[in-house]
Design a protein around this ligand. Sequence first.
Ligand code: AFP
Length: 338
Amino acid sequence: MKPVSLIQFLIEERRAGHINAELSLLIEVVARACKRIGVATGKGALGGVLGEAGTGNIQGEAQKKLDVISNEILLEANAWGGHLAACASEEMEDPQQIPDGYPKGQHLLLFDPLDGSSNIDVNISVGTIFSVLRCPDGVTEPKAEHFLQPGTTQLAAGYVVYGPATVLVLTFGHGTHEFTLDREVGSFVLSRRNIRIPEQATEFAINMSNQRHWQAPMQRYVGELLAGKTGPRGKDFNMRWVASMVADVHRIVTRGGVFYYPLDAKIEKQGGKLRIMYEANPMAFIVEQAGGAATTGRRRIMEIQPTGLHQRVPVFLGSKEEVELATHYHLEADGAMS
Ligand code: AFP
């Protein structure tokens, strides 16, 4: 079969009425920016891009040089096209406006420019995550409040994993599709259409070092997974934790499994570890469109009305039956089932 490039796929999606010309352009621009981020990360020590930037982001986390570079690449690429009303990023406290004099569009773009960046220096996969929303009608200078829309309103979501191959996974709400970068030609080529995550799982991803801080239903659920064949689940489970959400989710999108970053006593006050607007919501959209589920352990992530641009939530996502069981244990413990 003839390879389908990202551009051809976007044309198909426009013809099918799934996206308009402006959203198609936005995705092309983001994909191009991600190719540049892939080149920068791929240089490793030779590019002088490893290590700390010496600055902190809004979350109070130390920024890596590549966090800053990736953020700038995405901002610069998206300023010109006329497809955006504003952008918001993990690396910036407030949304970035389109400079005066540049054409503006109808879309809001949110991104985590380099997720898993603590893995860069040790040459483990990292990635970019993005989410696209519609700018509310009549708003010309979008502020944080205009971005605070539930995940169900997302027009598009995607991630790019910079691993042995550079891979883009994308949804417009009509299935989840994967594109692999042909590095010689310089273009993303469709490698899997309509990805399906198996409903059952035998592999889970969680940071076990937090176990003693988890709530009781999480202790019960993971305890049962660890008990394997001899426990109530009657089968063995394997465990993986890359600590780059993009890489962990990509494994799930490729061979099934589940990913958990639950609430624990250490992070209770901040509401969770992962950010809803540019981590949890886009990943939830991608996973649900592939037949999986995404909850906070108590409710569907995409139905949450966000209250802050950098708000955090617990994240349970992946194979439907496992996410539903873990969620059931939490609701049961809360007494919500009676
Ligand atoms: P960094 O971008 O700071 O490396 O954080 C990555 C991340 O947000 C997500 O990609 C991982 O799943 C999670 O944090 C890993 O967190 P722990 O280090 O607490 O396991």
